[in-house]
Design a protein around this ligand. Sequence first.
Ligand SMILES: Cc1cc2nc3c(=O)[nH]c(=O)nc-3n(C[C@H](O)[C@H](O)[C@H](O)COP(=O)(O)OP(=O)(O)OC[C@H]3O[C@@H](n4cnc5c(N)ncnc54)[C@H](O)[C@@H]3O)c2cc1C
Length: 313
Amino acid sequence: LPANTGYAHPTVDGGRRGDRHRRRRARRPRDGPGIAQVKGVRSVVLESSATLRASGYAFTTWTNAFRALDALGVGDKIREHHLLYERLVAFSASTGEAAAKLSLKMQGKSGPHEIRCVKRNFLLETLENELPEGTIRYSSKIVAIEEEGNVKLLHMADGSTIRANVLVGCDGVNSVVARWLGLHKPILSGRSATRGLAEYPDGHGFGPEMLQFIGQGFRSGVLPCSDTSVYWNYTWYPSPADGDAEESVDKMRQHVLARLRAAKIPAEALDVIERSEMSDVVSSPLRFRSPLALVRGSICRGGVCVAGDAFHP
Ligand SMILES: Cc1cc2nc3c(=O)[nH]c(=O)nc-3n(C[C@H](O)[C@H](O)[C@H](O)COP(=O)(O)OP(=O)(O)OC[C@H]3O[C@@H](n4cnc5c(N)ncnc54)[C@H](O)[C@@H]3O)c2cc1C
């Protein structure tokens, strides 16, 4: 789930790090501004940006994510606006044939599977609306973490300090919390990704299925989010042969279309890319933590843990 750095039972010291008077005051537990009860726990969500980072398009959201969304009381709202997938079809980009078909209607250990492609902005806005006002503190960037007994002192970019009993680091791929836990930096996979979202006000005609096109040096997906919007992604190994593709959205779109047209990709999938909106960040290098680094490292310690991209980008 996209969430930022949340922690429970915090108290806030609004002063500078070197201000001893304020430091002494901070030892007395008190609620800082905007500390709300979320599910009975005093919590805040710290976000380094000045506003909700609701840009981006969509991502595949699986059964376990819906369990978490249900616990937060927003599962049904997300379901209402997003298609439930019935199958995944993987095509060979070389032959155009369906190489694998997987039914997504089979039962999992704890009930039916639930897989949808959820719009990122819809998810973030829904989560934000559900929280008591002020729970998300914008322009709040953690720059360092210190331990004081069982309490963690979170040093913020503006010089203030926050005391927390529990810290959940969902602070993305460059996580400060993961660094504090001693996890190695995520490594570059050598692949990059680009993506976009196409709107079809009169309906797109795709079924409730995830389509994948694999081969010819790329992997691409076409995933309907709702009856009127379709998300696509494309990952590949960049090389000098890509020329100036990274220079602009138009060049990247033409690059992707040229690669897909040279393969056996159906016209409906190409249409999604042709008519889509794409981000100004035309592509991003994909990074990951090696499984060995995770097995050897520590993903939680003394009331601090990582989740989301901070854990496994
Ligand atoms: C702007 C954006 C657009 C994206 N678009 C797509 C997409 O279209 N499709 C797709 O598949 N994936 C996309 N991704 C990646 C995808 O959202 C993530 O893989 C997934 O959301 C993981 O969520 P996360 O909460 O772990 O990390 P993120 O979504 O990266 O969220 C981390 C948040 O923590 C904040 N933060 C970082 N450091 C600190 C700090 N030190 N203190 C306080 N706050 C901090 C960041 O501002 C950010 O809001 C996007 C990510 C971002 C940030």
